[in-house]
Design a protein around this ligand. Structure first.
Ligand code: NDP
Length: 308
């Protein structure tokens, strides 16, 4: 079986950026990914991708994929529709076990991103896809003329509220904290929409309904007063969890299971393994940052390959 110089695991913005740089540096690489749709592919309109005033998430993902495929040549082999389950090290070689087969590489770049954090309260699982959803872009049109809530106080929640307001008659943002994590400019813009209001300092108790969501029981964390807020839909946007189970035990993770990297080089705790993007312990999670981190990693991989 062939041993590649480098395996890139993941096809989001970080993985694609790494593939582009690997191709240009002529590093014999395999990129293994389930698909090329990073987390932003669900965004309606991304306005902070540098060089684009506004672009649909799927369109951006397609552009990235096209870029990788166009530049790959015979230097980067692209393997799509495969999920990496485990990465193991034997002597100087890494074995990458996927759902279908396995690959060998001398070095690894992990760009596996993150996934949505789930709401863990009674009723949340039962009503998922029955009024409770984690995808505003996918499901907002189903709530035309209805009153809904959005849970979360970050950029994702605020942007979701804005998207949903195009359909719903009223959107109430509920957050557990007292301060929004979202950018102030976003908060100001979203809350100036007369369909959108916000309630802070909330404890989430239970999702209620019969066949479909009819409301959510919440408690004011200061006063202790509990209310049942009627709602036809619940959009959950409460952050993300790193996709790192395939490298658990291989490299050092932090308490959130993010891969600890040296931010100057993107090196992990294990020689021959780098990581970039949302799967790392980098403080800020952004497409632009993921791409920059991946480029940094490729520069470091190249220097390491040439000088070690
Ligand atoms: P964030 O981590 O920024 O915000 C998560 C929100 O969910 C916080 O309000 C947090 O509350 C709350 N929360 C976390 N866990 C729970 C829980 N178990 N129950 C209830 N509430 C909970 O996540 P986002 O997904 O919003 O954003 C992730 C990253 O992506 C950020 O860096 C963000 O800036 C970026 N992003 C950027 C966009 C853009 O620039 N256009 C668009 C979307 C995301 P608390 O504050 O109390 O912890």
């Amino acid at each position: 079986m062939k041993t590649y110089e480098l395996a890139i695991i993941g096809g989001g913005p970080a993985g694609v950026a790494a593939a582009v740089y690997a191709a240009r540096k002529k590093i014999d690489t395999v990129l293994i990914t389930k698909n090329f749709q990073g987390q932003s592919s669900v965004s309606d309109n991304i306005q902070n991708w540098i060089g684009e005033e506004g672009i649909n998430g799927l369109e951006l993902a397609k552009k990235m994929e096209d870029h990788a495929r166009a530049i790959a040549g015979d230097v980067v082999s692209i393997i799509e529709n495969e999920e990496v389950n485990k990465v193991q090290k034997t002597d100087e070689t890494f074995t990458i076990k996927t759902s279908n087969t396995e690959y060998l590489a001398k070095n690894i770049l992990i760009t596996t991103g993150s996934r949505r954090r789930k709401l863990e309260i009674p009723g949340a699982d039962k009503f998922e896809h029955k009024g409770l959803t984690y995808c505003a872009t996918c499901d907002a049109p189903m709530f035309g003329g209805l009153e809904v809530v959005v849970i979360g106080g970050g950029n994702s929640a605020l942007e979701a509220a804005s998207q949903i307001s195009a359909y719903a008659s009223k959107v109430t943002i509920l957050q557990r904290g007292t301060e929004f994590r979202a950018d102030p400019v976003t908060v100001q813009k979203v809350l100036s929409n007369e369909k959108i209001t916000a309630i802070a300092n909330v404890e989430f108790l239970e999702v209620v309904g019969e066949k479909f969501v009819s409301g959510i029981k919440i408690k004011n964390k200061t006063s202790g007063v509990e209310v049942l807020l009627p709602s036809s839909g619940i959009f959950v946007e409460i952050g993300h969890l790193p996709n790192t189970s395939s490298v658990e035990g291989l490299v050092t993770l932090d308490q959130h299971k993010s891969i600890i990297v040296d931010p100057r080089t993107q090196k992990t705790s294990l020689k021959g393994v780098w990581a970039a993007g949302d799967c790392t312990d980098g403080l800020y999670k952004q497409n632009n940052i993921a791409v920059g981190d991946a480029v940094k990693a490729l520069e470091d991989i190249y220097i390491t390959l040439k000088t070690r």
